[in-house]
Design a protein around this ligand. Structure first.
Ligand code: SF4
Length: 170
């Protein structure tokens, strides 16, 4: 018998590597308390995960910043503001590469960190694919938890839309 597997998105992967509690709250669609803070989620995603002024390319259910073909291989380019959330960016790109692989499209990835003017190649090796699958399993397990992980103070809390929810006293 086939078992239903919850779909995991690039956004889930992004937040998973920043804060598992935030990833849980987002996957459960628990909105922050007020509208201003809702805006913060949008702004954060916009600043770090999307290239301003550039149209994204839709490929199936994923959106990538740029897709170009060099000889017989595609290159997925993702442009990030900085390498501050490098792990999130790397795994999100691996997820895109794996999605393309499942569609029969051979591709490698390239991350550009615009502030640092640096580039990084991302390849879906066997080892990377194994780690990606483990991450997706862990995200599915996290989503099934009936309560969120406890809050842990990290640098990102200051700009997190859930900061009141996590840290309000009383
Ligand atoms: S405020 Fe901090 S602990 Fe709470 S969800 Fe945001 S990042 Fe995570």
């Amino acid at each position: 018998m086939m078992t239903y597997e919850m779909p995991v998105t690039g956004t889930d992967i992004w937040y998973y590597f920043i804060c598992k509690r935030e990833a849980w709250l987002m996957m459960r669609k628990i909105a922050p308390d007020n509208e201003d803070e809702n805006m913060e989620i949008g702004r954060f995603i916009h600043e770090y995960t999307k290239k301003r002024g550039k149209k994204e390319v839709d490929v199936g259910h994923i959106k990538v910043d740029r897709l170009k073909k060099i000889k017989d291989e595609y290159v997925v380019q993702e442009i990030k503001k900085s390498a501050k959330f490098r792990e999130s960016a790397r795994y999100q790109l691996l997820y895109y590469l794996d999605t393309l692989r499942q569609m029969g499209i051979k591709a490698k990835g390239e991350l550009t960190y615009s502030e640092e003017k640096k580039r990084e190649e991302v390849v879906l090796t066997e080892n990377a694919k194994k780690k990606l699958d483990e991450t997706i399993d862990s995200i599915r397990k996290l989503a099934k938890q009936t309560t969120p992980p406890s809050p842990k103070k990290i640098k990102f809390c200051r700009q997190c839309a859930y900061k009141e929810y996590c840290w309000a006293e009383g």
